[in-house]
Design a protein around this ligand. Structure first.
Ligand SMILES: NC(=O)c1ccc[n+]([C@@H]2O[C@H](COP(=O)([O-])OP(=O)(O)OC[C@H]3O[C@@H](n4cnc5c(N)ncnc54)[C@H](OP(=O)(O)O)[C@@H]3O)[C@@H](O)[C@H]2O)c1
Length: 288
């Protein structure tokens, strides 16, 4: 059995990933939470990793409040950026493979919308969150063996997310305004867990892999699909990013184009499901 350390088990992705791996007879799974391991504490990270000697270390811990990162950049940079070096260095001490979860926000999102981002394209984060996560990628790449999985528009049972927000709003509102000019792939934590498990099984060439559900949409159409599948009558009023910014001036700028190519993932035999199917499965559980 390969030993696996899931860091950030108290988060939306980390919680589901831990449960799944723990039920997989191939792995002996260990977890840490923010209470048991602050990844900013270099010595504590080294001690934990040396104690377990995992084959895989999966870092699901992060400071994920995108708007909060703008006002707390030091904290964001410490957790999302600098702390990843602690994990990469510790991984090297025990020859472990690091799996780091990253984000579409490492790009500026200004690519023409008839094009999609491949892994080798120039990064240029515009938000504080994106900048801190890019530092995390650079530090993850200091591990001798690493995978950086860039995901986007993530939702899952165990955390705050867009799907839950829409469902909550629909219980009190007849109409919601949602942005219609930002393009990307809604991604369920279940699909991302499946991708991670496949990467662990196949161990393709180390490097960066774009890891989202298949297909692209805009937030307003994502909201419409949520309401359609959940049988909700609330109307979606599509608005532009500019109109949204006028309504919420303190919100951080979101990328217009967050469309990540999955060709590299396909080339190693990993084929995520279509976002609509993943959403349907999620809603079946969420609305039980
Ligand atoms: N959510 C998205 O839409 C999205 C999109 C693209 C990429 N991602 C990436 O996907 C990964 C998983 O995201 P998620 O949504 O599952 O995140 P999440 O639910 O916010 O979980 C992150 C966890 O990390 C913990 N944490 C924060 N600071 C820590 C520290 N210093 N030491 C140890 N743990 C710490 C958090 O604890 P507290 O809650 O107590 O702070 C939280 O439990 C992250 O790398 C994120 O950047 C997410």
């Amino acid at each position: 059995m390969k030993k696996v350390l899931v860091i950030g088990q108290d988060g939306m992705l980390g919680g589901e990933l831990y449960e799944r791996l723990n039920n997989n007879p191939l792995y002996e799974v260990y977890k840490t939470t923010i209470e048991t391991l602050d990844i900013c504490n270099e010595q504590a990270v080294i001690e934990k990793v040396k104690e377990i000697e995992p084959y895989f270390i999966i870092n699901c811990a992060a400071y994920t409040n995108v708007d909060g990162c703008e006002t707390n950049f030091e904290l964001a940079n410490s957790v999302n950026g600098k702390a990843v070096l602690n994990i990469a260095n510790a991984a090297n001490l025990v020859n472990a493979t690091l799996i780091q979860i990253s984000t579409d926000y490492v790009f500026d999102g200004k690519l023409d919308i008839d094009k999609i981002y491949t892994e080798d394209m120039q990064t240029n984060p515009v938000s504080a969150y994106g900048k801190s996560k890019l530092l995390g990628e650079q530090n993850a790449a200091k591990a001798n063996k690493y995978y950086i999985l860039r995901t986007a528009w993530l939702y899952g049972l165990g955390g705050k997310n867009f799907v839950k927000t829409m469902l909550k709003l629909s219980s009190t509102k007849d109409e919601v305004s949602v942005v219609n000019d930002q393009h990307g792939s809604p991604t369920s934590t279940t699909t991302l867990c499946q991708i991670i498990e496949k990467v662990m099984e196949l161990e393709p060439a180390y490097g960066i892999y774009h890891s989202t559900n298949e297909g692209f949409t805009v937030w307003s159409d994502f909201a419409k699909k949520i309401f359609e599948l959940a049988n909700v009558k609330t109307k979606v009023n599509p608005i532009t990013s500019k109109e949204y910014k006028d309504m919420y001036p303190n919100s951080s700028d979101r990328p217009t184009n967050s469309m990540l190519s999955k060709e590299k993932l396909h080339s190693v035999g990993i084929n995520p499901e279509k976002w609509e199917n993943a959403l349907e499965e999620y809603l079946r559980e969420e609305l039980k």
